[in-house]
Design a protein around this ligand. Structure first.
Ligand code: TZP
Ligand code: MG
Length: 205
């Protein structure tokens, strides 16, 4: 599988997104067919330090066992201990050029929400882009205003060959529109973590 294919169904999750054991939710999501996972332990009620590492190790192990790509959100200190395949950062996190020199071989993902953000970012050093929030989301408290599938189409036009995922408010009902706009995949938090039937929702994405 190339990176485009591995980004097809991309679950993002931390314990703060879960009402049940995150390990169980990840198992169910893997059974449903996710191709990538991002450990995003962040925001209100997120675990820190040893507890964060401990959960990360469990989730990492599951991904390894099932050949699911494992990306860590933001926290460059965890990349090596978790043997992550890569790291995903936002505009206010560590600079991607610095990240690239620290991790020459890792996959680096960057979130972009506007043309201004694209202009000020070193797009040439990253491996994939996350574009959004496509739709309204209540999962990320500091999320920017929704940019619609139009933004996916725009980023695709700017970077025809860049691996690209949509993020923000994506569900089994609207995921097709994100792919049709030009994304290689969809990244999803609440539609999966809050689902009554996790594997079924992943199948439908
Ligand atoms: N970045 C932009 S929107 C978002 C992140 C991390 C949250 C997406 O969560 P959900 O529940 O899939 O809308
Ligand atoms: Mg951030």
């Amino acid at each position: 599988m190339n990176l485009q294919q591995r980004l097809r169904k991309y679950l993002i999750m931390g314990s703060q997104n879960c009402q049940r054991d995150p390990v169980v939710i990840l198992e169910e999501a893997i059974a449903g067919g996710i191709t990538a996972f991002q450990f995003r332990e962040k925001g209100p009620n997120a675990l820190e330090t040893e507890e964060k590492l401990e959960l990360g190790l469990k989730l990492r192990q599951l991904c390894r066992k099932h050949h699911v790509m494992f990306i860590v959100n933001d926290d460059s200190v965890l990349v090596e201990p978790l043997e992550a395949d890569g790291i995903h950062v936002g505009q206010n996190d560590v600079d991607v050029e610095q990240l690239r020199s620290t991790f020459p071989e890792k996959i680096i993902g960057l979130s972009v929400s506007s043309e201004a953000e694209v202009r000020k970012s070193a797009i040439d050093v990253v491996d994939y882009l996350g574009a959004g929030p496509v739709f309204g989301t209540s999962t990320k408290i500091d999320a920017k205003a929704p940019v619609g599938t139009e933004w996916i189409t725009k980023v695709r036009a700017m970077y025809p060959n860049m691996p690209l995922v949509g993020i923000g408010g994506i569900t089994a009902q609207n995921s097709r529109s994100v792919l049709e706009a030009g994304a290689d995949g969809v990244s999803v938090i609440s539609a999966v973590t809050q689902a009554d039937d996790v594997s079924r929702v992943v199948e439908r994405l």
